[in-house]
Design a protein around this ligand. Structure first.
Ligand code: SAM
Ligand code: SF4
Ligand code: SF4
Length: 335
């Protein structure tokens, strides 16, 4: 089954947030002034239980979803995560099961996650400088934990691992080449992501964005580069490689070259609300349906009805947007 939205985009991918909590406080995502000790994170009974997530994922698969990515908050903070992965890995129709993490707990969890059936791993890494890391992630957890997590993930059999780096002008743009060299030497696929105006609290300004084209020009200092030819459909990442074959890398030009036209992703928040755009203001409460005795077919119909009405293309409209419409926070529905 393929469900199309109003712009002929199929529902193919689901980002599943398993917690709204995080052990980092990256200022562009969860600034400590806002997400301090008193912040009202979701209560245990408010977040979806594993059996509820499993049931919903199976319903999404019946509507045509083939790819699931676990995210958060920090997904590795969710207790018993390998058990959830094992449940999802068994669902017919889900061909791709991936996870995005800050890497801090990978050393302990990489092996059980791999054994449970997790196929792909993305680790966020904005800097290789320990002092800068402390500032950019606003955490007491040292960079060395993330780096040893990467080693553990590779020994557990993940690979190649994707590294996500959000670049900010004058903050970490001077590390483009160091990060690229590191990724190339370690066999990881580095992707530079343009800093986005997600949520309402990260003080985003357009001039803080380092455009993807500028990143590519910088990377060509390491050697000749060429794009990897690919169909455009559903593509978020522009894939590139060094002409000498030494590594692949990518840029995600979410601001300067919006890719809404191919956006096939739905997002489910930890408390079970369905969002059809990273920049959506409100979601559809699927938890209520799960807990009020609705059948799988009824919940499936709720999902397809929302998708069929979907018009979202926030990033394409960003440049013309003037108002401050309410938006959900990124940690809430996952990146
Ligand atoms: N905690 C996990 C992590 O950091 O990988 C998963 C959730 S995090 C919200 C997912 C991704 O979103 C991370 O790679 C993070 O760097 C990215 N992200 C968060 N805020 C962003 C922003 N304002 N612009 C671009 N990317 C952002
Ligand atoms: Fe946490 Fe990831 Fe957001 Fe950083 S980007 S605060 S690690 S959820
Ligand atoms: Fe998809 Fe919304 Fe991002 Fe456009 S702005 S690519 S519709 S999530």
């Amino acid at each position: 089954m393929v469900v199309m939205d109003t712009r002929s985009r199929p529902l193919r991918a689901l980002r599943l947030s398993v917690t709204d909590r995080c052990n980092f406080r990256c200022p562009y995502c969860m600034p400590r002034e806002v997400f301090g000790a008193d912040y009202p994170f979701l209560d245990r009974k408010e977040i979806l239980r594993f059996e509820e997530i499993e049931r919903l994922a199976a319903i999404f698969a019946l509507q045509g979803v083939q790819k699931v990515r676990l995210t958060g908050g920090e997904p590795l903070l969710r207790k018993g995560l390998p058990d959830l992965v094992a449940r999802l890995a068994r669902i017919t129709g889900l061909e791709d099961l991936a996870l995005t993490t800050n890497g801090a707990l990978l050393q302990e969890l990489a092996k059980p996650l791999k054994e449970a059936g997790l196929q792909r791993l993305t680790v966020s890494l904005d800097t290789l400088d320990p002092a800068r890391f402390r500032k950019l992630c606003d955490t007491e957890i040292p960079l060395s934990r993330v780096l040893s997590g990467l080693v553990a993930a590779r020994s557990a059999g993940f690979g190649p691992i994707k590294l996500n780096c959000v670049l900010q002008r004058s903050i970490n743009e001077d590390e483009i080449l160091d990060l690229a060299r590191f990724a190339r030497e370690e066999g990881h696929i580095l992707r530079f992501i343009e800093f986005m105006d997600v949520g309402t609290r990260n003080g985003w300004k357009l001039d803080a964005v380092v455009p993807a084209d500028e990143v590519l020009a910088k990377l060509s200092e390491l050697g000749a580069i060429e794009p990897i030819p690919e169909p455009l459909n559903g593509r978020v990442v522009e894939r590139w490689r060094y002409c000498d074959g030494s590594a692949e890398f990518g840029v995600i030009a979410s601001v300067t070259k919006a890719f809404c036209g191919g956006c096939d992703r739905a997002r489910l928040s930890a408390e079970g609300s369905l969002y059809t755009c990273l920049f959506a203001g409100s979601g559809l409460d699927l938890k209520a349906a799960l807990r009020n005795g609705s059948s799988d077919a009824e919940i499936g119909a709720m999902i397809t009805n929302v998708w069929k009405r979907r018009e979202d293309r926030y990033s394409e409209l960003r440049s013309s947007r003037t108002g401050g419409a309410p938006k959900v926070e990124m940690f809430h529905i996952g990146g």
